[in-house]
Design a protein around this ligand. Structure first.
Ligand code: SF4
Length: 427
């Protein structure tokens, strides 16, 4: 099984009897491994999948992302980052990718002297800006800065060791402290979490000590955060009569056959290029305008979704019966049935943004946060409890749908609740 994740990458799952060396050689041969292998778990860099293809972008983010990837691999101390520490690079394109949750963001802005990337920390703009070629150094400086801050739950001893480990970069005492930290395992240092208890001014003051390359201080002109604008279907590509075709992968679930089929579509209609979007959409660019509908129609026949309802309803499901001993219901299958029910509804603006989570137990592995609609497996596995505005770990009892909902009935009930929530928001 191959999952398309919401970090826009592929995850191979359920590998049986595979030799790690063979897998590594195959992945390396496909150009999917970094030069510095340790960096593979830490280079969570997201960019706009439409970069360089559409009108309206301030700058192509490809070279900045490649340079950031390289800089990250040249900074081994970043292996102490939490492995979900993430970067986003927004070239000012129509997807507003900078709105995705991140630890470190680089956002392009047009100034008097050309394009500058502004450094953002967990979505908050800072005054630190740099030309595109120096922007990766800003991001690396911010990641290094985060390493020495204590997490909220750290003991006084741990706080002391962390500060010692990263304050004196490279000295023997710092190396010793880092070795001690390594004994404790991976450290929590995500800026998304640190901003909750470290004052921003303290963080910015410390940041300056970590910025190596040339940078400027530019007044923050636009603190507003544009919302993510995901797309799907047939999009106009810059240039002559070309389209970018995007289709949604239900629950991000693929397998080798479907991936081969997608590659076949890219070869047949485009130039063999694929782009992955963090909203579970695959884009095939360079498609002649007269062939776009044929491509999308084939994608639909393969089970992919090309209508906008896919973007308006964010459906997640845990691995369920097949992937977890704790589950007794086929949660992904039931979530797919819900998704099909929404797809049949066409474009329904009033659903947006709607999150639906189907979970096999209160652990809520697929989605820890609150969902608009939560279907939680009943203790006796006879069906689901359906809640509104709840997280699996702490469902709101007063919002529970009155009856137990069977798996067959789940799509109808979820649609009913979604319609009611939509009507309430409109009124
Ligand atoms: S949410 Fe519960 S049932 Fe589902 S995968 Fe996680 S532990 Fe298993």
């Amino acid at each position: 099984r191959i999952d398309l994740t919401n970090l826009a990458n592929f995850q191979l799952r359920g590998l049986k009897s595979v030799r790690p060396s063979e897998l590594k050689a195959a992945l390396g041969g496909a150009g999917l491994l970094p030069r510095a292998l340790w960096a593979d778990r830490f280079r969570n860099i997201q960019g706009d999948p439409l970069s360089s293809l559409v009108e309206g972008e301030l700058t192509d983010t490809g070279p900045v992302i490649a340079a950031l990837d390289e800089a990250l691999q040249n900074t081994p101390v970043l292996s102490a980052c939490y492995n979900k520490f993430s970067y986003v690079v927004d070239g000012g394109g129509p997807s507003h990718i900078g709105a995705l949750p991140h630890d470190v963001g680089l956002r392009a802005e047009k100034g008097w002297e050309g394009v500058r990337f502004r450094l953002c920390l967990a979505g908050h703009a800072t005054v630190f800006c740099a030309r595109p070629e120096a922007a990766p150094a800003l991001a690396i400086g911010a990641a290094r800065m985060a390493l020495g801050f204590p997490a909220k739950t750290d003991s006084p001893w741990m706080k002391f060791v962390k500060q010692t480990a990263y304050r004196a970069n490279g000295r023997a005492i710092a190396k010793l402290a880092r070795a001690l930290l390594a004994l404790y395992g991976q450290q929590e240092n995500r800026i998304r979490r640190l901003v909750r208890h470290i004052p921003r001014a303290e963080m910015l003051e410390r940041l300056e000590g970590y910025l190596d390359g040339p940078y400027e201080r530019l007044e923050i002109t636009e603190e507003g955060k544009p919302a993510l604008a995901p797309s799907i279907g047939s999009l106009v590509q810059r240039g002559e009569n070309l389209r970018i075709c995007g289709f949604g992968v239900p629950l991000g679930q693929l397998d080798a056959q479907s991936l081969k089929a997608i590659a076949g579509l890219a070869d047949k209609y485009g130039q063999g290029e694929l782009r992955l979007a963090p909203w579970h959409v695959v884009f095939i660019p360079h498609v002649p305008v007269q062939e776009a509908e044929a491509l999308l129609s084939q994608a639909r026949s393969l089970g992919f979704i090309t209508d906008e309802s896919f973007l308006h309803v964010d459906i997640s499901a845990c691995s369920g019966l097949e992937g977890c001993r704790g589950a007794r219901l086929a949660t992904p299958e039931h979530a797919l049935a819900v998704m099909r029910a929404f797809a049949g509804q066409g474009k329904r603006e009033h659903f947006a943004p709607l999150s639906v989570h189907v979970s096999g137990c209160p652990k809520g592995c697929a989605h820890r946060a609150v969902s608009d609609i939560l279907a939680l497996e009943r203790e006796d596995a006879s069906g689901y409890y359906v809640y509104e505005h709840s997280a699996a770990l702490a469902p709101q009892k007063q919002s529970r749908f009155p009856e137990t909902v069977s798996a067959e009935d789940l799509p109808r009930v979820v649609l009913e609740v979604a319609n009611r929530q939509g009507r309430q928001e409109q009124s």
